[in-house]
Design a protein around this ligand. Structure first.
Ligand code: F0G
Length: 473
C-alpha cells in the first residue's frame, strides 16, 4: 500500500510489505446498497447535483473529507467531559492550549467552522478596494474576501493549473505574480496574502517551506501580512517531510510549527485535519487585530470562549488536533489516498498528478474529451459515477468557479475536476478497491456521456444548490 515501510526479502527479490490502517474498528455504521433504478430516480430528484442527494441514498460517500472523519475513542470520551458553561468553559482552555502548542499562535478564537473564521478575518483585515492575492482560490474563502470588498488575485504558480505537471509543490506562490500585485498600488493596498496549505482546488497540492520563506521576505519588505488557511496543513507537512531537502528527519509536528512561524496568523476548518465533525478557529499574533476579532466573534459566532461550538465540540477538537500530527496517522491518511491513485493510474484513468493529500481529482476534460466545458464535464462525471455505483463525488470545475462579479460570465477554470475525497479513518482499503473498479467502469463508458444543462443557478456558491438536466443525445 505504501513505499514508506520496511522492505521484506523474499528469495532474491526485495518486495514491498503491505501495511494496514493504524486503527481497529470499535463501532460500525451499516452502508446502504441501492439498485440502479433507485439511483436514477434519486439523482433526478437531486437535479443531477451530488450535493442535493440524501446521504441515505449513497453507498460510499466521497463528497468531502470535511466533518466526515471518524473520531477516536479518546475524542468520544472527551465529548462526555463537555463543560457547557456559557462563559469560560474548561474545554475552551484545552482547545486554546492544543492550538497554541500545535500551531504556535498567541491568540485563538473558536468559530463554528472554517468559513466563520474567514468571515471574521475578512471583515477585520480587508478595506474595500484592497487586493487579496491567494495561491488559487477556495470557494468560501474568496467569497468572504470579496464580500468584504477585497479584489482576489490568483498568484499560484502556473504548474498548479496543469493537471499533468509533476511539480512537487504545485501549491507554491509565484513570486513574480505576487510582486506584480504589490507593485500595482503598493503594499498598503494589499490586505494580506491568503495562503492555503495544501491547496484544495489544485488537487490537495502542497507549498514548500523554501517558497514560503521567499514569499515572506517579499511580503515583509512591503508590509503585507500573510494569513494561512491551515485547514490541511498537516497533510502539507507530510509532503514537506517526504519531498523537501533537509526535512526527512523532522517530525510532522515540528514542520507544522516551523511553517506557522513564518506567517502572521491562520485559520482552520477543524473539520478536516483535526479529525472532528464540526469546528474551526482563527488565531493571530497581533494584539490589536485580535481585539477586533474578539469583538466581532460575539456578533456572528458566539462568545469568544465558544465561538458557535458546544463545550464538547471544543474538547473533541483539542484531542483531534494532537492526534492529527501523529506520524503513523498522517502517513496512513495520505497513504490511503495514494493507494487509490495507484489503482486508478494502473487502469489509465486521467487524474491530477502528483496525487494530493485529501483526495483523487479526476481530470474530467481528459475523461470526456468530447464534452465542451459548458456541458459541465466534471458535474457529468460525478453524476455518472453515482449512477454506476452509488459513490458520491464532487464537481470542482466550472460550476464551482461561479461567475465573474464584473462581467457576469462563467469563470472558466483550466482545471475541470471531479473530486473523490477520502474521509479520515472511515473507509478501508477494500472500499478503495470498489471505488477504483467503479471509476474504471465509468471511464470505459465515457464515450456515451452527453453532458448536462443548468436549470437552476443560485447567486452565491452555486455549486452547492444548482440543478441540472441531461442534454439530449
Ligand atoms: N478552506 C479550505 C481549504 C477548505 O477546504 C474549506 C472547506 C474551508 C476553508 C471552509 O471551511 O467548510 O469548515 O466552513 N472545504 C470543504 C470541502 C467544504 O469539501 O473541501 P468550512
Amino acid at each position: 500500500m505504501s513505499t514508506t515501510h520496511l522492505p521484506a526479502t523474499t528469495g532474491q527479490q526485495l518486495r514491498r510489505r503491505s501495511w494496514a490502517e493504524p486503527w481497529k474498528i470499535k463501532m460500525v455504521e451499516p452502508l446502504t446498497i441501492t439498485t440502479p433504478e433507485h439511483r436514477r430516480s434519486a439523482l433526478e430528484e437531486a437535479g443531477y447535483n451530488t450535493f442535493l442527494l440524501r446521504s441515505e441514498d449513497v453507498y460510499i460517500d466521497l463528497l468531502t473529507d470535511s466533518g466526515t472523519n471518524a473520531m477516536s475513542d479518546r475524542q468520544w470520551a472527551a465529548l462526555m467531559l463537555g463543560d457547557e458553561a456559557y462563559a469560560g468553559s474548561r474545554n475552551f482552555y484545552e482547545f486554546e492550549d492544543a492550538i497554541r502548542e500545535t500551531y504556535g499562535f498567541t491568540h485563538v478564537v473558536p468559530t463554528h467552522q472554517g468559513r466563520g473564521a474567514e468571515h471574521l478575518l475578512s471583515q477585520c483585515a480587508i478595506r474595500p478596494g484592497q487586493f487579496v492575492p491567494g495561491n488559487m482560490y477556495f470557494t468560501t474563502t474568496r467569497d468572504h474576501e470579496e464580500r468584504a470588498g477585497g479584489i482576489f488575485v490568483d498568484v499560484i504558480i502556473d504548474e498548479a493549473h496543469d493537471p499533468e505537471s509533476l511539480h512537487p509543490f504545485k501549491g507554491n506562490v509565484d513570486l513574480q505574480k505576487l510582486a506584480e500585485v504589490i507593485g500595482r498600488r503598493g503594499g498598503s493596498e494589499v490586505a494580506f496574502l491568503s495562503l492555503a496549505a495544501t491547496v484544495n482546488m489544485a488537487g490537495g497540492q502542497p507549498v514548500s517551506i523554501t517558497n514560503l520563506r521567499e514569499v515572506r521576505d517579499l511580503c515583509q519588505r512591503h508590509g503585507v501580512p500573510i494569513y494561512l488557511d491551515a485547514t490541511r496543513l498537516v497533510e502539507n507537512a507530510l509532503f514537506i517531510q517526504e519531498r523537501e531537502p533537509g526535512y526527512a528527519d523532522r517530525t510532522i509536528a515540528s514542520i507544522v510549527r516551523e511553517f506557522c512561524s513564518l506567517v502572521d496568523g491562520a485559520w482552520m476548518s477543524a473539520k478536516k485535519d483535526a479529525l472532528v465533525n464540526i469546528g474551526g478557529w482563527l488565531a493571530v499574533n497581533d494584539e490589536q487585530l485580535f481585539e477586533e476579532i474578539r469583538n466581532l466573534v460575539i456578533v456572528f459566532e458566539g462568545l469568544h470562549t465558544y465561538g458557535g461550538l458546544a463545550g464538547r465540540d471544543m474538547a473533541a477538537v483539542a484531542v483531534g488536533v494532537r492526534e492529527s500530527v501523529q506520524e503513523e496517522h498522517i502517513r496512513a491518511r495520505v497513504g490511503q489516498v495514494r493507494y487509490l491513485g495507484e489503482l486508478l493510474d494502473g487502469a489509465g484513468v486521467p487524474l491530477v498528478h502528483p496525487v494530493g493529500g485529501h483526495g483523487i481529482f479526476l481530470d474530467a476534460k481528459r475523461f470526456y474529451p468530447h464534452l465542451p466545458q459548458d456541458a459541465f464535464p466534471a458535474q457529468t462525471l460525478a453524476a455518472e459515477l453515482y449512477l454506476d455505483s452509488g459513490i458520491r463525488s464532487m464537481e470542482r470545475g466550472i460550476v464551482s468557479a461561479g461567475r465573474d462579479p464584473k462581467t457576469g460570465d462563467h469563470r472558466r477554470p483550466r482545471l475541470e475536476l471531479t473530486r473523490l475525497t477520502i474521509p479520515r479513518r472511515v473507509y478501508t482499503q477494500a472500499h478503495m478497491d470498489v471505488v477504483a473498479e467503479a471509476v474504471e467502469a465509468v471511464y470505459a463508458a465515457a464515450g456515451s456521456a452527453r453532458g448536462l444543462r443548468m436549470t437552476h443557478e443560485p447567486r452565491y456558491l452555486r455549486f452547492f444548490q444548482a440543478r441540472f438536466e441531461p442534454l439530449e443525445a
